[in-house]
Design a protein around this ligand. Structure first.
Ligand code: GDD
Ligand code: MG
Length: 363
């Protein structure tokens, strides 16, 4: 079976971390987000994956190459972003086969059973089947109304609060028959959610299957941190890369992951639920918990980071404090003694010399 994974475009909230890599290459323990998806696809009976790329296409090509986890990987390059539907039409020749194909949003981590979804699709004789998740607040997603047989009667993308037809949302994982391609206009940006699903629903050709288990769209810091926690808990193996140097007075609380070449000074406490990427240097007396630190970052003595994300090659000097839900962009510098309160986003390459005590974005 073939699968198309949408890995173009870029999310807004996590954009300060996207200077050096697209979302799909964000670290989750010892691998990139998309590695977890590819592995799951390989286990789910997929042999060929088409990556629909545009933003930072070359870094994706370099990272994954022509094969990974025994999957053949083909790249479909868009000259300009074609949305969530255009890339499917563009890659039509690569996808059409005598069996249905999968389409996935690339910014999702899930442990869905693809084979079960395909079986359900076949048993209903559907033209398209979408995996559905039950969530508290459907307003960030596409929400559906179904009949008793699982047929989707209505699909509403990003419903206003209180106006969603149900709490069942589009998980961004689909099984399509080639007939779906007839519903996608050629040569322009198309939104599958706004232009294709509502028509398929109206014609009674769209089905949904509720799935359970791990599912997160990592587009916002809270979800990304939660995905990190889930993956760390599932890690088999020691969660330590090569050539790490951790001072003997420092405590590592698992589950945590320390990548290659990580150095940690004395009397620090790292973890739990923390991913420290390659070549991060952490000083003495630091405290880092429930956080993700991107490659090459430096965290100075007596600094603390809690429920936060620290971008690639950024520098926290000494006595810096980064609080819950905050995000430090790539290459930013946070100077001595600065506190970054909850819910603050620091833009890439910014130097911050005074504490930020209100949530919001610092340009
Ligand atoms: N190739 C390509 N080209 N990919 C794109 C483009 C593009 O122009 N635009 C977006 N994508 C990819 C993104 O990289 C992401 O993996 C996926 O398409 C979905 O885009 P998002 O921007 O993350 O959409 P969303 O999260 O707001 O909403 C979508 O996902 C929800 C589930 O997380 C919708 O499909 C919702 O209906 C759904 O509930
Ligand atoms: Mg998304």
């Amino acid at each position: 079976m073939k699968a198309l994974v949408l890995v173009g475009g870029f999310g807004t909230r996590l954009r300060p971390l996207s200077c050096t890599r697209p979302k799909m290459l964000f670290p989750l323990a010892n691998q990139a987000l998309l590695d977890w998806t590819l592995k799951n696809l390989a286990e789910g009976g997929v042999d060929t994956v088409v990556l629909a790329v545009n933003y930072m296409a070359e870094s994706l090509v370099r990272y994954f190459g022509p094969t990974k986890f025994d999957l053949g990987i083909i790249y479909s390059r868009e000259g300009r972003p074609l949305g969530t539907g255009g890339p499917i039409k563009k890659a039509a020749d690569l996808l059409i086969d005598d069996e249905p194909f999968l389409v996935l949003n690339g910014d999702i981590i899930s442990d869905i059973d693809y084979q079960r979804l395909v079986e359900h699709h076949r048993s209903k004789g559907a033209v398209a089947t979408i995996a559905l998740m039950r969530v508290q607040d459907p307003s960030r997603y596409g929400a559906v109304e179904q009949d008793g047989d699982g047929r989707v009667l209505r699909f509403v993308e990003k419903p206003e609060r209180g106006e969603a037809p149900s709490n069942l949302i589009n998980a961004g994982i689909y099984v399509f028959e080639k007939e779906v391609l007839d519903y996608i206009p050629d040569g322009r940006k198309v939104s599958t959610e706004e232009e294709v699903f509502p028509i398929l629903a109206k014609e009674g050709k769209l089905y949904g299957l509720e799935v359970h288990g791990l599912w997160l769209d990592i587009g916002v810091p809270e979800a990304y941190l939660e995905a990190n926690q889930e993956i760390l808990q599932r890690l088999d193996g020691p969660g330590r890369g090569e050539d790490i140097e951790v001072h003997k007075t420092t405590q590592i609380l698992d589950p945590s992951y320390l990548g290659e070449g990580v150095k940690v000074g004395s009397h620090s406490v790292i973890g739990p639920n923390t991913s420290i990427s390659e070549h991060v240097h952490i000083g003495e007396g630091c405290k880092i918990e429930n956080s993700i630190i991107f490659p090459g970052a430096t965290i100075g003595d007596y600094s603390s980071v809690r429920n936060a994300i620290i971008g690639e090659n950024s520098i926290l000097e000494r006595w810096v404090k980064v609080e819950s839900g905050s995000l430090i962009g790539d290459y930013a510098i946070i100077m001595d003694g600065v506190t970054i309160t909850e819910g603050v986003t620091i833009c890439p390459s910014k130097t911050v010399s005074e504490s930020i005590l209100q949530p919001g974005q610092v340009m």
